[in-house]
Design a protein around this ligand. Sequence first.
Ligand code: PMM
Length: 283
Amino acid sequence: MTWLTDAVVGAGSPGSRLQIMGVVNVTPDSFSDGGRYLDVDDAIAHGFEMVADGADIVDIGGESTRPGAARVATTQELARVIPVIEALSAAGVRVSIDTMNADTARAAVAAGAAILNDVSGGLADERMAGVAAESGLPYIVSHWRGHSDKMSSRAQYTDAAHDVAGEVGARVDALLAQGVLPSQIVVDPGLGFSKNADHNWRILARLHELEALGFPVLVGASRKRFLGALLPEDAPMESRDLPTAVVSVLAAQAGAWGVRVHDVASTRLALDTLAAWQGGSDD
Ligand code: PMM
């Protein structure tokens, strides 16, 4: 993590502190919060709430990536995310744009987005590398094998932790060849994207293999189905926030750079508990 630039870490944040990225899906159909923040004012208010709860970054998305979700037209994606990005970034909030669409990414940067978050790692839209290179902003590159309609059938690995690290490494090399700088890159295992529960746990247990690529690692486990599998079948979505917060602590312990979560308060408290535990060994 020694090479981390201010651009990635954020001014004033010590490099060792896990970054909390709060999620605002301005969509009708995201699996965890779909429909709750479709109204622009609700989405903006939720972004501010997350900052008050301790988010370092607010991640704004206008296209659901849940299995089987339909693609969204660029005009619709822009109408959902741009007003939210403008309002939050004008107030000084560090905003990331969660999109696979280079046109949306470019418009989001113009509206004040400070981080590009592309779950396809540049595979869905080959122009994304150009937008990332031009902007010079941190670029989150996730492991991805195909759109929602294809992702389940592509969940085949010899060894998920090893294969994912290898495929992300190859993607990063391709992006660097297209002018993206190493200092911009953050990598993400893309939990749940062409991965079943066993794959996700294997990747998390061996996060060091992804970290060995030499880039900051973001973990997006929040409320995903593999955490739901630890709970009774009829448990409400919010009950997944406890296992999510535990994953946040374990990700911090494993050397991750950040976590992407829906409930910022529980992850903040869990990380404060970890910090207090660690503080107990200070003289
Ligand atoms: N997961 C989702 C959406 N965006 N971005 C990153 N970097 N990593 C993820 O794991 C990730 C993501 C899907 O979850 P959601 O529908 O709750 O946002």
